[in-house]
Design a protein around this ligand. Structure first.
Ligand SMILES: *Cc1c(COP(=O)(O)O)cnc(C)c1O
Length: 826
């Protein structure tokens, strides 16, 4: 929990005064945007006024949402804020910065300040990757580098951290001096200087000097000497002064002189001299920007005294940093990709690429605001935008803002509409204007596009299953690292991809080059095909009634008996399909579920050889207890039987086929039995029974809900349907909009399970209802609207499964389709 400050101390730090003091409280959370916060105790709303909006207009909104502490500069709004603490300051933004500066001054651990035109966020994120083992790091979230973002980032600093990494960006002269006071970096990094945000500066020299102000009090400045302007101005400004200069260069003498750069297909090797010692690193990137970013990081690590072995080991495993895009289900079957943090051209390119990649078979619409502070003339800038959207095949363009509207002529080739501002768009907004489309929403902050995305989002109640695709990718990579080079990967997307969402996960797997998908029923496969999935798909439970549909949609059945073999052959014979239809033969090696028995192999081989209408793509079996060391004996026997039977079939058939027997825990615990392919399931979702593997996997799903209401109950009262008990003392009860119809097992009621609220476990109170449940939050500091975790990073699904005497699979696949799925991806 954030440490926070008492209201009086807070007033002092702000440089303001109370105009209304109603109660004492510890103030912990800063809110600058009334649309995006959860009203928690200890939240303070800053009414910040900018060019495009006046934050005082949102005071009422913040008040209604439960905030009771306010920083304002227009005292006439006081009457809207009864029973609150209200601080008056002359400038709310300056007060926010004063507050953060005072907070910052309490900590003596090093703070790395990063600025420059490009690469700031990547350098920040890479340093966090490289130094994460060694330090407890606090860093700017996303690219929070503005006059508001920096104080909010610095506010996250706590005494438990040991290193800060804060990013700073400016667009006007004079701004960096303010950020310097807030960040007070001890170590500075200047990435490079380029034309971004140029419009308010006389020339590059002036902008460089402005940016260098960030390092006025730093002990050291790390930069690239090949950036001539940066070098000249840094020497001029800091030559005599306390800030020591530490540079790297590829062309001239420098503290780190890089003399070798060798690129292979996927990596770059760099050799250089630092303090008279030759050193080498290798990074898994080859582009120039990554090399430059890596050199900044390298010199920083050397300055911090890391040894070469540590440096080169960590550099090798750097991973790319991408931006965070949020993908949601929208009204009328639309999919919304929300990118509200960036509005520059480069991020538009990335977002469009994402949109194209992630949804096939749907038309796409982009809703874009004016791009602010590009430094380019509108004709040039929007000409590029128009080219880009045409190139990306966008079907419909909606431009919002005066600049875009003025350039409407540039967009003639794409069906387009324009609005002067967000309000004007919302005035004519109708839900039926959007149907079965991919919608990219991308707007600069002042345009408040959240208001648009709120209207487009599918309204469901406030229980959400969050799926983190970045973690899923890392799980996939880990599993791949356990496979032999030639082993193929089939991934199970049955049962709605273990509850996560069939299409989204299938598409993710297609993009990440899985070789095969498997579903339980034909209709699951048909749906994937209809939404454009092209990977081969195995159907595990092919029902006889679905054979025709399977053949039409190129779905490949598992054949597990002579009866199904015969019937499927018949279906192929009657269909329009010509040639040999791909099938998969399931054999029973001991689990005694579906499959041909070992004594049926001779006849099976005969039958398969008789027909020229089927092609056996693979022969497989399933392990009964791959996860359990107690069964390693029987597991090994199953594997041996499988080896024998497949080698017999191999001799009998005139062509070769793939063999596979391992599921997730099989892959992780019996890697010697990979044969030609493996079948990944639960480990993709970050779960394994193998302790060492579990350390490398990250659970991808989080189920959350929110508190709809809080109530106090008195001694002798009870909660819910047919209560089992009356309360011996008064208690506080929270009501959550999630019940057994959402997949929350009724078994958890009456204290058998718990949820996570505000850092504590809260037991279920009374019976779980169909659409709601109650939890006992006595003694827990929480408020209506607060998020509640049912399972996730704090309360693991494994713990929940243990409470339920079941396995995580059952919990995941029982989460009802009415629970909204939100996919997160870096
Ligand atoms: C579900 C399933 C798998 C995947 O199992 P996990 O334990 O989730 O990895 C593999 N093979 C078959 C036949 C399955 O039905």
């Amino acid at each position: 929990m954030i440490e926070g400050y008492a209201v009086d101390a807070f007033a002092k730090m702000l440089g303001g005064r109370f105009i209304q003091k109603s109660f004492d409280e510890t103030l912990r959370y800063l809110v600058t945007d009334s649309r995006h916060f959860q009203a928690r105790k200890g939240s303070v709303f800053f009414a910040i006024s900018g060019l495009q909006h006046n934050g005082h207009r949102y005071l009422k909104d913040a008040y209604q949402k439960g905030i009771r502490n306010f920083v304002i500069s227009q005292p006439e709004f006081l009457s809207d804020l009864p029973d609150s603490n209200v601080f008056e300051v002359s400038d709310t933004l300056a007060a926010l910065q004063n507050l953060a500066a005072a907070h910052r001054s309490r900590f003596i651990y090093p703070v790395i300040g990063v600025t420059g035109s490009n690469g700031k966020t990547i350098v920040k994120e890479w340093l966090a990757q490289l130094l994460g083992d060694q330090y407890n790091i606090v860093r700017s979230p996303k690219s929070y580098n503005s006059q508001i973002g920096v104080p909010l980032s610095v506010w996250r600093m706590q005494s438990t951290h040991t290193l800060g990494i804060i990013e700073a960006g400016i667009s006007l002269p004079g701004e960096m001096d303010k950020l310097e006071k807030v960040i007070r970096p001890t170590i500075g990094i200047f990435t490079n200087i380029g034309p971004a945000h140029q419009e308010n500066f006389a020339d590059l020299h002036q902008k460089t000097v402005e940016k260098l102000h960030l390092f006025a009090k730093a002990e050291v400045l790390i930069y690239c000497k090949d950036q001539k302007i940066v070098h000249e101005e840094a020497t001029r400004l800091f030559g005599e002064n306390q800030t020591k200069l530490l540079s790297w260069s590829k062309t001239t003498s420098a503290d780190l002189a890089i003399s070798r750069e060798k690129k292979s297909a996927t990596a770059t090797k760099l050799g250089g001299t630092f303090q008279n010692i030759q050193r080498i690193i290798e990074i898994p990137f080859t582009d120039a920007a990554s090399v430059e970013n890596a050199c900044h990081c390298w010199l920083t690590l050397l300055y911090l005294g890391l040894c070469d072995d540590d440096i080169s080991r960590r550099m090798k495993s750097l991973i790319p940093v991408a931006m965070r895009l949020e993908q949601l289900s929208g009204i009328n079957g639309c999919v919304i990709v929300n990118d509200v943090y960036n509005s520059d051209f480069a991020s538009l390119e990335i977002a469009l690429e994402h949109l194209q990649k992630h949804r096939k078979n749907k038309k796409s619409v982009i809703i874009l605001s004016d791009i602010l502070q590009s430094g380019e003339s509108p004709e040039v800038l929007y000409g590029r935008v128009s080219d880009l959207i045409r190139y990306a095949g966008v079907d419909r363009f909606i431009g919002i803002g005066p600049d875009l509207r003025a350039q409407a002529g540039l967009f003639e080739k794409t069906p387009s509409t324009f609005y002067p501002n967000t309000e004007a768009f919302l005035d004519v907004f109708r839900k039926d204007h959007f149907r079965e489309e991919n919608i990219l929403i991308k707007g600069a902050r002042p345009f408040a596009f959240e208001r648009i995305s709120e209207r487009l989002e599918e309204k469901t109640h406030e229980t959400i299953l969050h799926i983190d695709l970045t973690r899923m990718k890392s799980n996939l990579n880990f599993v791949r690292s356990q496979l032999e080079a030639n082993t193929r990967l089939m991934v199970m997307v049955k049962a709605f991809a273990y509850g996560s969402g069939s299409y989204e996960i299938a598409r993710f797997l297609e993009l990440n080059r899985a070789d095969y998908l498997a579903v339980a029923y034909a209709d699951e496969g048909v749906e994937l095909r209809q939404s454009g999935i092209e990977l081969p798909i195995l159907v595990l439970n092919p029902e006889i009634s679905s054979y025709d549909a399977m053949i039409r949609y190129r779905l490949e059945p598992q054949i597990f008996s002579f009866r199904t073999l015969h019937l499927f052959l018949e279906a192929v014979g009657k269909s329009a399909f010509e040639g040999e239809y791909p099938v998969h033969i399931k054999i029973n090696t001991g689990m005694n579920r579906l499959g041909f028995n070992p004594d049926e192999m001779t006849l099976l081989a005969e039958r398969l050889n008789e027909t020229d209408r089927l092609h056996v793509v693979s022969v497989f079996s399933h392990l009964a207890a791959s996860e359990n060391p107690d069964f390693d004996g029987p597991t090994t026997r199953q594997i041996e039987i499988f080896r024998k039977l497949t080698s017999y079939l191999g001799e009998q058939l005139s062509y070769s086929f793939l063999r596979h027997i391992l599921n997730s825990n099989g892959i992780l615990r019996h890697p010697e039995a990979q044969f030609d392919m493996v079948r990944l399931g639960i480990a993709l979702h970050g779960l394994s029974s193998d302790v060492n593997s579990q350390k490398r996997l990250e659970p991808v799903s989080r189920l959350t809900s929110t508190i709809s209401q809080l109530r106090e109950i008195k001694r002798g009262e009870s909660v819910g349907y047919s209560p089992k008990k009356t309360y011996a003392a008064s208690a506080r009860i929270a009501i959550l909009p999630v019940g057994y119809a959402d997949g929350l097992p009724r078994f958890l009621g009456n204290g058998a399970g718990k949820v996570w609220i505000a850092g504590k476990r809260a037991p279920f109170a009374g019976n779980i209802c169909m659409d709601m449940c109650m939890v006992d939050v006595t003694g827990i500091d929480c408020a209506e609207g607060d998020e509640v975790e049912i399972f996730g990073d704090n309360l693991s699904i494994v713990e929940l499964a243990n409470d339920l005497q079941t396995i995580p699979y059952e919990i995941l696949t029982n989460i009802s389709q009415r629970v909204k799925r939100v996919f997160h991806q870096e």
